[in-house]
Design a protein around this ligand. Structure first.
Ligand code: PGA
Length: 250
C-alpha cells in the first residue's frame, strides 16, 4: 500500500547553524514516529551537511527546487545532479511560490521532473488553485490542467517515483486550511485523474500530500481522509515538536 509521508518545506528560513540545530532536534524526536516517512527540505546550502547528520536515520532529504537544465551557464541555479551528489533523494517541484514569483510553468516543471527522475531523485510535485479559482469553482479544472501539463510524456515506469502535493494557494501561510472534506474531494479527483492516465495500481500506490497551514491541531482530521496520505508542511515544519506532532497524527 502507499506510503504515508510528512515532508517539511523550510523555504528560505534558517541560517546554516540554525538549520543543523533543527535537523538534530528532528532526528532526536523522530524516534516516536512509526510507519511514516519523514522528509526534510532545507535550503540547498544545507543539503550536504544535513545529509551527513541524516545518514542511516531513515529521514528523507529533499531539495526545494532544481534547475530545468542539466548543467551549464545558468548563474545561481542548482541542478538535479548536484542535489543528488550532495545527498538529497527527493526534490519539491512546482511549488506555488516558484510559480508565482519565478514564473514557473507546467512545461518547465515537466523538464525538472524529467531531470529529477533521470538522477534518481523522487519529485514531490505541487499543484493547487488560487483563491479566485476556488471561488469560481474552477479548482478541479485547474488541477487537472496542471497535472496534464506537468506529466505529459512521463511514462508509467517513471511516474511510480512521483509524489504529488495538493496545496491550495489560498491556504499556504495564511492560517486558512482546506477542510478535510475539501481536501478529500480533490485528492480523490487527483487519484482518479492519475488512474485514467496510468492505471489503478499506480494511482493506488501514489502518495498524495496535503499542504497549506497544516499544523498539529488540524493534521489528524486531514489525515483520517482516505486519499490524504500525509502533508507538505511549511511554517509548522520549522519547529521540531510541531513537525513530529504532525507526523504522529495518523
Ligand atoms: P504552510 O506552507 O504550511 O506554511 O502553509 C505549506 C507549503 O507551502 O508547502
Amino acid at each position: 500500500m502507499r506510503k504515508q509521508i510528512v515532508a517539511g518545506n523550510w523555504k528560505m528560513n534558517k541560517t546554516f547553524s540554525e538549520g543543523i540545530d533543527l535537523i538534530n532536534q528532528i532526528i532526536e524526536k523522530s524516534s516516536s514516529v512509526k510507519d511514516v516517512q519523514l522528509i526534510v527540505a532545507p535550503p540547498s546550502i544545507l543539503t550536504n551537511e544535513a545529509a551527513k547528520y541524516l545518514e542511516n536515520k531513515n529521514i528523507g532529504l529533499a531539495g526545494q527546487n532544481c534547475a530545468n537544465h542539466s548543467q551549464g551557464a545558468y548563474t545561481g541555479e542548482v541542478s538535479a545532479a548536484m542535489l543528488k551528489s550532495a545527498g538529497a533523494n527527493y526534490v519539491i517541484l512546482g511549488h506555488s511560490e516558484r510559480r508565482a514569483f519565478y514564473h514557473e510553468t507546467d512545461e518547465k516543471i515537466r523538464e525538472k521532473i524529467k531531470l529529477c527522475l533521470e538522477n534518481n531523485l523522487r519529485p514531490i510535485v505541487c499543484c493547487g488553485e488560487v483563491l479566485k479559482e476556488r471561488e469560481n469553482n474552477e479548482h478541479f479544472e485547474i488541477v487537472a490542467k496542471q497535472i496534464k501539463g506537468m506529466f505529459e510524456g512521463i511514462s508509467a515506469e517513471e511516474f511510480k517515483n512521483v509524489i504529488i502535493a495538493y496545496e491550495p494557494v489560498w491556504a499556504i501561510g495564511t492560517g486558512k486550511t482546506a477542510t478535510p472534506e475539501q481536501a478529500q474531494e480533490i485528492h480523490q479527483f487527483i487519484r482518479e485523474t492519475i488512474k485514467n492516465s496510468y492505471g489503478s495500481e499506480i494511482a493506488n500506490n501514489l502518495s498524495i500530500l496535503y499542504g497549506g497551514s497544516c499544523k498539529p491541531s488540524n493534521a489528524k482530521e486531514l489525515f483520517t481522509k482516505p486519499d490524504v496520505d500525509g502533508g507538505l508542511i511549511g511554517g509548522a515544519s520549522l519547529n521540531a515538536d510541531d513537525f513530529i506532532a504532525i507526523a504522529n497524527s495518523f
